[in-house]
Write a protein that binds this ligand. Structure first.
Ligand code: TYM
Length: 351
């Protein structure tokens, strides 16, 4: 099994990223470790299962950006991932810019991806809006780079939130077409990756609007909880979160048509590892005056160890640089054979 996933290093790591993706990364990392240990104990190779997690800094330049912010944001995101439990001695942790094979493979896959496929991507449509002509080429070809990110490592599983599923389906389409068009019989160049979307918390919504996803691009800071927010800020954001005047229902069905209430209960359930039914069993009939402080407490307690570790890591710049350099070197080793096979399959002469 090879698990691969990425996150853009723009803005702070927020609760949506954490519950929708990163927590799942940490779980998968630890499961892989257990599986490797069991395999080694049974006398097999311990190298079979592997996780690679990266900062998608090359993706970040598809939107207007300030170079100094991207630079700082990349280091901060690396620290945030380690603070959340990504262990660089268990997983390969790196940033795309230190592994040039991502950009190379993207170009090679550009001959296979179709304009029509990219035109159908909802993220492209949402971000470009009516001004398609004014967007960067990189924003349009963004999903081809994302396909390269996972195909380069022969990823079998890609843990993501719901919003990235379509990009992963495109990666499968590209891999399949490339294999059909260029692979010699029975020896596919690329593995078809499976997206892994956590059933609960796949879509954490904005605290200001239960119909919009929690996102780092939302201009309102009050719309999201950042993993580095201090306890007072967290409490304030939860208290001010948009809700409706009704008390909480005692059954899940009662949350239909109440997106803000649904979102807050989802967050509570995800953080405490309880089912929605269980949480509603406890809080059904109560108003938000009681539920919000309880949710705030759970958030503060969950984030406390993460933000403490985050602050500590940020103070050691050399250690962060070393983590990323080592991760990139391991990633390059894994990437090269696939890239070589891709050049070869396309008939390109390389000496
Ligand atoms: P990004 O940086 O927007 O988000 C990182 C991860 O967090 C998930 N996520 C959410 N999940 C639930 N609720 C939310 N409100 C929420 N917001 C974000 C995302 O689904 C994602 O899993 N294009 C990707 C980065 C990327 C990538 C890849 C991912 C580049 N190459 C290859 C997987 C494989 C992105 O912009 O994610």
């Amino acid at each position: 099994m090879r698990v691969v996933s990425g996150i853009q290093p723009t803005g702070n790591l927020h609760l949506g990223n954490y519950l929708g993706a990163i927590r799942n990364w940490v779980r998968m990392q630890d499961e892989m470790e257990d599986a490797n240990r069991a395999q080694a104990a049974a006398g097999g190779s311990a190298e079979k299962n592997q996780c690679l997690f990266f900062l998608a800094d090359l993706h970040a330049i598809s939107m207007p950006h300030v170079p100094a912010d991207l630079h700082k944001g990349t280091l901060e995101m690396a620290a945030a991932l380690v603070a959340c439990g990504i262990d660089p001695s268990k997983s390969v942790l790196f940033n795309q810019a230190q592994v040039p094979q991502h950009a190379e493979l993207q170009w090679l896959l550009g001959g296979t991806a179709r304009m029509g496929w990219l035109n159908r991507m909802t993220q492209w449509k949402d971000k470009a809006g009516k001004n398609r002509e004014g967007q960067s080429v990189a924003l349009f070809t963004y999903p081809v780079l994302q396909a390269a990110d996972v195909l380069l490592y022969q990823a079998t599983h890609v843990p993501v939130g719901e919003d990235q599923k379509q990009h992963l389906e495109l990666a499968r389409d590209i891999a399949q077409k490339f294999n059909n068009d260029f692979a010699s019989e029975d020896v596919p160049v690329f593995t078809l990756p499976d997206p892994i979307v956590p059933p609960q918390a796949a879509r954490i919504m904005s605290l200001r609007d239960g119909m919009a996803k929690m996102s780092k691009s939302d201009p309102s800071e009050m719309s999201r909880i950042n993993l580095a927010d201090d306890p007072d800020t967290v409490m304030k954001k939860v208290k001010k979160a948009k809700t409706d005047p009704e008390p909480l229902p005692s059954e899940e069905a009662g949350l239909a048509g109440r997106p803000e209430a649904l979102n807050l209960v989802t967050i509570y359930a995800a953080l405490t590892d309880r089912s929605m039914a269980d949480v509603l069993g406890e809080y059904g009939g109560e108003g938000f005056g009681k539920f919000k402080p309880a949710l705030g407490e759970v958030l503060v307690e969950s984030l406390r160890p993460i933000s403490a570790r985050f602050t500590e890591l940020l103070e050691d710049r050399e250690a962060l640089d070393a983590i990323l350099a080592r991760g990139a070197s391991r990633a390059r080793e894994i990437a090269v054979p696939t890239l070589d096979a891709t050049y070869k399959a396309l008939g390109l002469v390389r000496g």
